[in-house]
Design a binder for this molecule. Structure first.
Ligand code: DGT
Ligand code: MG
Ligand code: MG
Length: 287
């Protein structure tokens, strides 16, 4: 590159490399989806088409970026997780966040017509997403982060299901339903649903109650008695040569990305799928 007297402006760019050896979570969230969901008449409290579209865009992101080890989505948000050993874009924050946000948005818009064939996108109601990177220093804290999102999904879904049932089936005004639900606990909402509307909340679909978890599928493993471990394996990965890392990347690309609606708070999910924490591809399933 030719040197010019303008070169000095480069010095104004700030480094933004994320700390090494930490889990990177990139959470994206739909901008103004309250208005957007009204405009395109999303069903209340949950619109299956909208969630399937979010999941399809997230699967495309996972396939595009084999460095991602797991993703979790609920409502208009998605959390994408990079392993502590990830070296993509030299761990530069802005590169990681903007790549995830723009790839996700591109697929969301590209796939829109598949899920909403009768409601074409119209400006100014065009979907866009914000994004941030947060670092978590241990597997336990990463798991607590994922648990936090899933608990949030459960609490919001129970509230929204009860609220919209009271309004849409019970004929209550929004204000009256809101007033009645103030200060109630989960058991109260379950009882309102069951006693007044004959709805057993436990029988609602898992995609609404548990959200969506995406990961690469390999053969499930028997849980080890000492629980999932990461440290030795991640040290081994950080010492891998470039060609070893490329080989693993190819293996990851071969695995199917699945969309599951399961409990990610308990140990079982993580113990059966040790490759999520270790980032070492497991045995591919025979297709
Ligand atoms: P933000 O994120 O600050 O730009 O603002 P919003 O409006 O995106 O608010 P947020 O992200 O806190 O809440 C998500 C909104 O999206 C919430 O108002 C409900 C709406 N939404 C998401 N999924 C569905 C759905 O399946 N059905 C309906 N009716 N609304 C949904
Ligand atoms: Mg939003
Ligand atoms: Mg949101």
């Amino acid at each position: 590159m030719a040197n010019s007297r303008f070169e000095y402006v480069k010095d104004f760019e700030q480094p933004d490399v994320l700390l090494p050896n930490t889990w990177i979570v990139i959470r994206i969230d739909g901008r103004g989806f309250h208005k957007l969901s009204d405009h395109y008449a999303f069903k209340k409290p949950n619109d299956r088409r909208a969630l399937d579209l979010m999941n399809a865009a997230a699967v495309a992101v996972m396939k595009d970026l084999p460095d991602l080890c797991i993703a979790y989505g609920v409502s208009d948000e998605y959390s994408f997780v990079f392993h502590p050993t990830c070296q993509l874009f030299e761990r530069r924050s802005a590169k990681l966040v903007t790549t995830i946000v723009s790839t996700f948005t591109a697929y969301y818009i590209y796939l829109w017509a598949t899920y909403f064939p009768d409601s074409p996108l119209q400006p100014p109601y065009l979907p866009s997403f914000d994004g941030r990177a947060v670092l978590y220093p241990s597997m336990q804290i990463l798991r607590d982060y994922m648990s936090w999102r899933q608990v949030d999904c459960h609490i919001n879904n129970l509230y929204n299901t009860t609220f919209w049932t009271m309004v849409l089936q019970g004929g209550m005004s929004n204000t009256d339903a809101e007033q009645e639900l103030k200060g109630t606990v989960s058991a109260d909402k379950n009882e309102i649903l069951f006693k007044r509307f004959g709805i057993n909340y436990n029988k609602e679909e898992d995609i609404y109650k548990k959200g969506s978890v995406l990961y690469r599928q390999y053969e499930l493993q028997e849980p080890k008695s000492d629980g999932p471990s990461i440290d030795n394996e991640s040290v081994a990965i950080s010492k891998q040569s470039r060609s070893q890392q490329d080989k693993l990347k190819k293996l990851r690309r071969k695995a199917q990305v699945v969309v599951d609606h399961v409990d990610i708070i308990k140990d079982e999910f993580w113990e059966q799928r040790p490759w999520i924490i270790s980032n070492m591809p497991g045995k591919l399933l025979q297709s």
